[in-house]
Design a binder for this molecule. Structure first.
Ligand code: SF4
Length: 349
């Protein structure tokens, strides 16, 4: 596994994307931005769940104007998602937004793209160029088909448009619902641009399917050191997007959080392991210690299988063995196992 560390650094509020920075976590609000109180509550909830940036849909001038009041009540940097009308971008910038996401392909007039580039430059904020496989320019798609080359050619065109105005605070995304197309596009983009890449799989689906699809695609990219900021798109509550993103990043050592591992169980299982596993997962969800805790089905193989766990439990007949760093330290009745694990977790040094 390698880390692509040579990407240009871009500031979004007080969050830096690119270079050797950690992968920045993003999500997006669900409601209309103009519903200020609800939007503020959403943003603050996501910030508490670990979002480094939150994106807002800006559909009209009321949404764009609301940003000023939302900014006053939130502290996480905000990104305005703009399509078609460059005046919404200009209003969002005037309202204090920290980053603009546009698809220059659907802002037709060159003068309008130029106006947005200059306004962002004056405000010191970056632009994400969001290329999407579903809305490639017809000429590019006719020539290259719906391929990674077409995705990157489209990005190149938009990058050149901004660079022509002396604008280089750029982040690029190349989203597709086809995982292979997304992976190939990002890999080609990583070889083509030094700008930071926002990685994601679009329309990934429900939590179960979307998590698997996103892990398959984005995991491949992360393994190759590609990805400066990430959004997992799920049709699910937003905190679940953030949980999936954190779990994926932690699998590659790119995010520090507590981990619960569990054996799949087999005929050797001899205690009621499921409820214990659920309680331990819930207890560790926001625990400050990034411990690895193992919940294992039996004492025959449990401690050995979970050798690299900090703390673990292995079931026996109506009881369990608590082990720390692979060494069994005590035997506890089944009904006291959770309390014993909590004590071990809280006292772990
Ligand atoms: S730890 Fe024990 S119960 Fe779990 S899978 Fe291994 S042998 Fe089976």
């Amino acid at each position: 596994m390698r880390k692509r560390t040579d990407t240009r650094k871009v500031m979004v509020g007080d969050v830096q994307i690119g270079g050797q920075n950690r992968v920045v976590l993003q999500t997006m609000t669900l409601g209309r931005t103009k519903a200020i109180d609800e939007t503020v509550q959403e943003i603050n909830r996501y910030a508490t769940s670990g979002a480094d940036l939150v994106r807002l849909a800006v559909l009209d001038m009321e949404d764009a104007s609301a940003i000023k009041y939302i900014k006053a009540q939130t502290s996480v940097p905000l990104v305005a998602d703009i399509h078609f009308d460059h005046r919404l971008a200009l209003k969002a910038i005037a309202s204090g937004i920290d980053k603009i996401r546009i698809n220059p392909g659907n802002i037709k007039r060159e003068a309008d793209v130029k106006a947005v580039a200059y306004a962002c430059k004056d405000a010191g904020i970056p632009i994400r160029i969001g290329v999407n496989a579903g809305s490639l320019p017809a000429r590019i798609e006719a020539f290259h088909g719906r391929t990674a080359t077409a995705m990157v050619e489209s990005a190149k065109q938009h990058v050149s448009q901004l660079e022509a105005h002396g604008f280089e605070d750029i982040v690029i995304s190349l989203k597709a619902s086809d995982v292979r197309l997304a992976v190939e596009s990002y890999m080609l983009a990583a070889d083509t641009f030094s700008y930071p890449l926002h990685i994601g799989i679009t329309e990934a689906g429900s939590k179960e399917r979307g998590s698997i699809i996103s892990a398959a695609g984005l995991g491949t990219l992360l393994y190759h050191g590609i990805g400066d900021t990430i959004r997992i798109s799920l049709h699910a509550p937003r905190h679940e997007e953030l949980d999936v993103a954190k779990t994926l990043l932690s699998a590659y050592g790119l995010y520090t959080m507590p981990t619960v591992i569990a054996c799949p169980t087999c005929g050797r299982l001899s205690y009621d392991m499921g409820p214990l596993l659920a309680k331990v997962e819930a207890y560790l969800q926001n625990h400050p210690k990034p411990l690895k805790v193992a919940v294992m089905g039996c004492a025959v193989n449990g401690p050995g299988e979970a050798r690299d766990a900090d703390i673990g439990v292995a079931g026996g007949h109506g009881e369990g063995l608590i082990f720390i760093r692979g060494k069994i330290i005590k035997k506890v009745p089944q009904e006291k196992l959770f309390e014993a694990l909590v004590e071990a977790i809280d006292n772990f040094k």
